[in-house]
Design a protein around this ligand. Structure first.
Ligand code: GDP
Ligand code: MG
Length: 303
């Protein structure tokens, strides 16, 4: 491995309150190259969102979900999520803190407080530069810097792609020397299941507009290759109340049908093969408050 010592590779997470543009940024950075791969053993908690591999470096973006929601409702599960998020951050090499054109809010301060506990390089990105004057961006950076000593601060526009090459350069700058962790074709069943569960959840939120974080959970029960180009997937959507079950099923099953159609299309695109998707809805009362029940439905694997 001596010849690999010039290569840099590591794990990066994007944090920030909702709506600042994290997903837009990630999509812009990894774009169509998004691959779902098996995590290294130390970071099984993290969901790999995408990988960019250059000639001399590999950046692996991981998700550490749940930082914001935890602030408001400190149930045991929320506490667990906070702990996991922080532990997840322990496993990363660089943190990118994303803010937008607004003045910092309590949510931003909350995240920055947590960042102080993990001794990792943190890059500040003030996003949506296309919406504001340069002067305002510089003012925001100065304001953020009063609350946290960022290693680097970059004004960016995820939408237009402005300054993203500077961002990538800075990320690589802070990565350790390490051989690449993944070849681009490592795909495992477990990560595919996580992806499928996430995509179904995404469609539920899109279609029902019920943005209730963590109150809907999907579990992939079966994932079987039936023939050369067909995968059978069955999944259960767990909700907390029977009223939510009604919303998800819809009139004469119209909503669940729609969720299934959209999710199937997207899963087929991502996996590159035909799938048969079997969806069910189940009610598990107060499962958020009950960690054991979470384990039962596989929360520790599928987040
Ligand atoms: P997330 O919640 O942090 O993942 O934020 P999203 O990526 O979903 O973006 C939230 C909203 O901000 C969306 O409407 C995006 O189109 C918008 N957005 C993201 N980046 C930019 C940007 O650079 N400029 C502008 N004007 N809008 C942006
Ligand atoms: Mg997002």
């Amino acid at each position: 491995m001596q010849q690999e010592t010039n290569f840099k590779a590591g794990f990066v997470t994007l944090v920030g309150k909702p709506n600042v543009g994290k997903s837009t940024l990630l999509n812009k950075l990894v774009g169509e190259k998004i691959t779902i791969v098996s995590p290294r053993p130390q970071t099984t908690r993290n969901i790999i969102k995408g990988i960019i591999t250059f000639k001399e470096a590999q950046i692996i973006f991981v998700d550490t979900p749940g930082l914001i929601e935890t602030e408001k409702a400190p149930t045991p599960v929320d506490k667990k999520i906070i702990e996991e998020t922080l532990m997840g951050m322990e496993g990363v090499d660089v943190v990118v803190f994303v803010a937008d054109e607004r003045e910092p809010s309590p949510e931003d301060f909350f995240i920055m407080e947590h960042l102080k506990k993990i001794k990792k390089p943190v890059i500040l990105c003030v996003n949506k530069l296309d919406k504001i004057k340069q002067q305002k961006a510089l003012h925001l950076i100065e304001t953020y810097k009063k609350h946290f000593s960022f290693n680097v601060c970059i004004p960016i526009s995820a939408k237009r792609g402005s300054n993203l090459s500077i961002l990538v350069g800075e990320i690589i700058n802070f990565l350790p020397f390490h051989p690449p962790y993944y070849s681009s074709d490592t795909i495992t069943d477990q990560m595919e299941r996580v992806l499928v569960a996430e995509l179904i959840r995404e469609k539920i939120f899109e279609l029902t507009r019920q943005e209730i974080p963590y109150s809907v959970m999907t579990k992939v029960e079966e994932f079987t290759e039936r023939s050369d180009n067909l995968i059978y997937i069955s999944a259960t959507i767990y909700v907390e109340h029977s009223s939510q079950k009604g919303i998800i099923i819809g009139k004469k099953g119209s909503m669940i049908k729609k969720i299934g159609q959209l999710a199937r299309r997207e899963i087929e695109n991502r996996l590159g093969c035909r799938i048969y998707l079997d969806l069910r809805v189940g009610v598990k009362k107060n499962w958020r408050k009950n960690i054991e029940s979470l384990k039962e439905i596989g929360f520790d694997k599928i987040k």
